[in-house]
Design a protein around this ligand. Structure first.
Ligand SMILES: [Zn+2]
Length: 103
């Protein structure tokens, strides 16, 4: 199965607590079918003071989200869309199935 979502894609969350949020894919974990999306699914960790971090405190970072909950975002349709892959002169393009916009 080819990867549907790649790093630097603009995606929208389809389900769950973050439904409707858009962001850029920062990282993908193909083996786990999960991705990290900028600004989505922040995890707050309360870190007690330790030798590396004397102050302790709250550390924020993005958690992973399952790829089945993500769709590529089409700015033309203003929503998450399905896409098809079009081969054009040795170049593979992903195209929105609704409007034909290159994603
Ligand atoms: Zn579109």
């Amino acid at each position: 199965m080819s990867l549907r979502i790649r790093k630097d894609d603009e995606v929208i969350v389809l389900a769950g607590n973050y439904k409707g949020m858009k962001g850029k894919v920062l990282r993908v974990f193909p083996d786990r079918q999960r991705a990290i999306v900028e600004g989505v699914n922040y995890i707050q960790r309360h870190t007690p003071p330790n030798p590396r971090n004397r102050e302790g405190g709250i550390v924020k970072r993005e958690g992973t989200i399952h790829m089945s909950n993500l769709a590529l975002y089409c700015s033309n349709c203003d929503k998450g869309v399905r896409f098809k892959t079009v081969v054009e002169k040795d170049d593979k393009k992903r195209v929105c199935v609704h409007c034909g916009e290159t994603l």
